[in-house]
Write a protein that binds this ligand. Structure first.
Ligand code: ADE
Length: 416
């Protein structure tokens, strides 16, 4: 009997077409699929995946299935499931438990349903599933896992520090071919895409405030600037604040930026970056969005406590009126706007992120018993292979070091 819990299986045909489109733009992952389909390194392996259910994730799921695995899939966020993709995957025999707009209870219940598979491997985005396994499933024997995000790695490192991590986890996020591209160019495009789809406002001529100048914040600031916005960056890290300044952005505290901004985007990974006090300082009509992993950066809960219930003015856009009549617009309820209001990162960039996920998963299984519990980096040769494969797919060739150049770079005698 089919085993899934999704919105509507009739959306499968539509989802299949989306998957076809994504596969066309994910050449690196398609090469990996061919290899894994032949060698079947995940034969007999049960995999629980907690990822945003997009067409790109669908392509990854097909790769992991082709490698021989049995898969249960749940959503990485209550808003991040594309229902047609969930349907297409369910129709292909994947155990999918997810739908767009599921509430917090369903989010956790679906995770528990997926864990009934008794997975050998957990592929996660944000570390909620890794955390649940460590808190509530002490007897589950896991061979290892992968983790997609900066936020997830921060949580896993904290678990490692407490010496409670039970299995090895590949830090997909930390590969060059992940964070340099997905976090920066992926979120740069999809974050702005979310803001534009939810509002359809003109970005040009506006004041954009970007909280956090990590790789994600950089991407957002760069693309907002590219659209003609004046961009202010807020930071707590002096090095990043200097970088933002020298990249040509204004840097100031949120309490000051709050008065000037038209569009606010948080990208820090931390809580209460925009508080109700900040909102009180904002202009009438200010737009608030978040691209950090969790819905904690804009204090939407605090806002809801202080004001009357909001009204949904457009899809993914809620209006709140502050005492005195000022209106504040919150996108996707403070959750990831790029997945709530748009479709997540484009396939081309997820091609590299998910190549790391696939090869990371295979690495864990191939090295069963050899890797200590803890956070492990993707092997540099794997990272480089993905970069070279992507360049090749893009039709770009690069120079090679000559023998003399290699020698020169490994000596110390020759100077001036
Ligand atoms: N995270 C950001 N964009 C994504 C996408 N397109 N698919 C899966 N996870 C994502």
């Amino acid at each position: 009997m089919a085993d899934y819990k999704i919105k509507d299986i009739k959306l499968a045909e539509q989802g299949k077409l989306q998957l076809e489109w994504a596969e066309m733009h994910m050449p690196v992952l398609m090469i990996i699929k061919k290899e894994l389909q032949a060698s079947k390194p995940l034969n007999g392996i049960k995999v629980a995946m907690m990822l945003h259910i997009t067409k790109e994730t669908g392509v990854l799921v097909r790769v992991i299935k082709a490698a021989g695995a049995d898969i249960a899939l749940v959503a990485g966020n209550p808003l991040s499931t594309q229902d047609d993709i969930a349907a297409a995957l369910a129709a292909e025999g994947i155990k999918v438990y997810a739908w767009k707009g599921q509430d917090g209870d369903a989010y956790y219940e679906n995770m528990r349903t997926a864990l009934k598979l008794k997975p050998d491997l957990i592929m996660d985005d944000g570390a909620d599933m890794h955390a649940m396994v460590h808190q509530d499933y002490p007897d589950l024997k896991i061979i290892g896992g992968t983790e997609e995000t900066t936020t997830g790695i921060v949580r896993l490192k904290a678990m490692e520090e407490e010496k409670i991590l039970r299995y090895p986890i590949m830090a997909v996020n930390n590969a060059y071919t992940k964070y340099l591209f997905d976090n920066r160019y992926g979120t740069g495009q999809s974050g702005l895409d979310g803001v534009i789809r939810a509002t359809n406002i003109m970005v040009s001529g506006k004041v954009g405030v970007v909280a956090g100048y990590g790789w994600v914040g950089r991407g957002i600031a760069m693309r907002m600037h590219g659209h003609g916005a004046r961009v202010i960056v807020t930071e707590v890290n002096p090095f990043k604040a200097l970088e933002a300044t020298m990249d040509g952005f204004e840097v100031k505290p949120m309490a000051e930026a709050a008065k000037e901004g038209d569009i606010f985007v948080t990208a820090t990974g931390d809580i209460n970056v925009i508080t109700y006090e900040h909102m009180q300082k904002m202009k009438d009509g200010a737009i608030l969005a978040n691209v950090g992993h969790f819905d904690v950066e804009v204090d939407v809960k605090g806002l809801k406590k202080k004001v009357k219930p909001g009204r949904e003015l457009r899809n993914q856009l809620n209006e709140y009126t502050l005492p005195g009549g000022k209106r504040i617009y919150v996108l996707s309820d403070g959750r990831l706007v790029n997945l709530g209001a748009a479709e997540g990162h484009p396939s081309e960039v997820m091609d590299m992120s998910f190549a790391n996920q696939a090869l990371g998963a295979v690495h864990i299984i191939k090295n069963h018993g050899k890797l200590a519990p803890g956070v492990h980096e993707i092997p540099p040769e794997t990272d480089e292979r993905i970069a070279r494969s992507k360049l090749h797919a893009m039709g770009i060739t690069i120079d090679e070091l000559t023998k003399e150049q290699k020698q020169y770079m490994s000596q110390w005698r020759y100077g001036t």
